[in-house]
Design a protein around this ligand. Structure first.
Ligand SMILES: [Zn+2]
Length: 135
């Protein structure tokens, strides 16, 4: 019986494909040129243009937390041209290079942050559809 401990080579090779992370940034305080580095996906406000994928639902008194997000996810799933809208959004982000912007949070798709913003839902969807993750 051999009791030889064969050392396995460590897997140090990094994947050849880049790992794209779809970020969400809080646009509060972004001015001038800094705004060009963000794909704003909120409602028209404070000089930001409304985005077609902005959340049409506003919180109502007495809503359970997350109600607007649930409504938003349902609204999205019913969109007949969702594929096209997501492709357009992906191109707007320059294939994931630019973050999505809203007023709620800073986060990255898949980082485990609580989902409190419709932009995080969009970021997750972009990641699911377009980002190739390895490893
Ligand atoms: Zn938001």
């Amino acid at each position: 019986m051999r009791d030889e401990q064969e050392e396995k080579p460590l897997l140090l090779d990094t994947p050849a494909k880049p790992l794209s992370l779809i970020r969400v940034v809080n646009v509060s305080g972004l001015r001038g040129e800094a705004r060009k580095g963000v794909v704003y996906v909120g409602r028209g406000f404070a000089g930001w243009m409304a985005h077609p994928l902005g959340n049409p639902f506003r919180p109502q008194a007495g809503d359970l937390p997350g109600t607007c997000l649930t409504l938003y996810a349902e609204w999205l799933s019913r969109k007949k041209n969702l594929d096209e809208l997501m492709r357009k959004l992906w191109i707007q982000t320059q294939l994931g290079a630019l973050p999505l912007g809203c007023w709620c949070t800073d986060a990255t798709a898949g980082d485990g942050s609580p989902i409190i913003c419709h932009a995080q839902i969009l970021a997750d969807m972009l990641r699911d559809r377009f980002v190739v993750t390895t490893g």
